[in-house]
Design a binder for this molecule. Structure first.
Ligand code: HEC
Ligand code: HEC
Length: 216
């Protein structure tokens, strides 16, 4: 006669066994929908077609995050998001306040697992070997105006209008750097960075990507 009660108890027990102990119950995609879509979009290809579209964005697009970022960096950054762009997003004068939302360790892990699934077919794996590339260095520091817009050294030297490239060796996928330089408009159709795919040849692009990918 006790059957239903026993059944109910065993159902409850198995449900408990399935419930994770930390707050990993929500998948990264669900957490993202709740906490991140107000500022980031994740469905590519790039949506922005005009400067007005770009200015309406509250944060960078993340539809190719899995091709762009290194996983270890991403998990850590989501928990302790230090400024990447010296200036506030879409601003040419206001300082970046460093007020990006912080995720818990469990949420950062789930969000990273989700974001790493978002990739771009334009990125070729194994195309770039990071290193102190002499030709890449000459392109970056002398031939092209890269340093006018990007911080690149540990001492913070370089321009402020682009994202800081200091620490790129830990943050960015070297193969994405090359893909971005060769196909800038695919990723950022209306951002204020010259399209070097039209200016540099394939070897120069590869060398400068290798050099940037070595920044500490
Ligand atoms: C209020 C708007 C806002 C919200 C909400 C927000 N972000 Fe951001 N996010 C930004 C801005 C602005 C930046 C650029 C920060 C910088 O350059 O330092 C950014 C940068 C990022 C970057 C680096 C992208 C790049 O190209 O440099 C990642 C990854 C990221 N956010 C993930 C998330 C996740 C995951 C969430 C949800 C937990 C989230 N963000 C919530 C505004 C937001
Ligand atoms: C006129 C200014 C300007 C010049 C010159 C310039 N960049 Fe950029 N760069 C930008 C801007 C703006 C972005 C994208 C900003 C954003 O996503 O918010 C960018 C993005 C990047 C990124 C991606 C970084 C990230 O975290 O998203 C890399 C890598 C990069 N530039 C490398 C270079 C290299 C290499 C050169 C020289 C060959 C160069 N840039 C020259 C302005 C510039």
């Amino acid at each position: 006669m006790d059957f239903p009660r026993v059944m109910a108890a065993s159902v409850a027990a198995s449900a408990m066994a399935l419930t994770p102990t930390v707050s990993q119950s929500a998948g990264g995609d669900e957490i993202f929908k709740k906490s991140c879509t107000s500022c980031h979009y994740v469905d590519g290809p790039a949506k922005e077609k005009s400067i007005a579209d770009q200015l309406a964005k509250k944060g960078p697009e993340l539809w190719y995050a899995g091709s762009k970022f290194q996983k270890v960096w991403l998990v850590a950054w989501l928990q302790d998001p230090k400024p990447i762009r010296p200036l506030a997003y879409n601003s040419i004068s206001e300082k970046n306040k460093g007020d990006h939302p912080k995720a818990s360790a469990a949420d950062a892990q789930a969000l990273t697992d989700y974001l790493m699934t978002l990739t771009s077919t334009v990125v070729t794996a194994g195309a770039v070997k990071p290193g102190a590339n002499v030709r890449g260095r000459a392109t970056f520091t002398k031939k092209m105006p890269c340093t006018g817009c990007h911080i690149y050294g540990k001492e913070g030297q370089g321009g402020q209008s682009g994202p800081s490239l200091a620490g790129a060796s830990k943050r960015l996928n070297p193969d994405w750097i090359l893909a971005y330089l060769a196909n800038t408009k695919t990723f950022k159709p209306v951002r204020d960075m010259p399209d070097f795919g039209q200016v540099l040849n394939a070897k120069d692009l590869q060398d400068v990507a290798a050099y940037v990918a070595s920044f500490e």
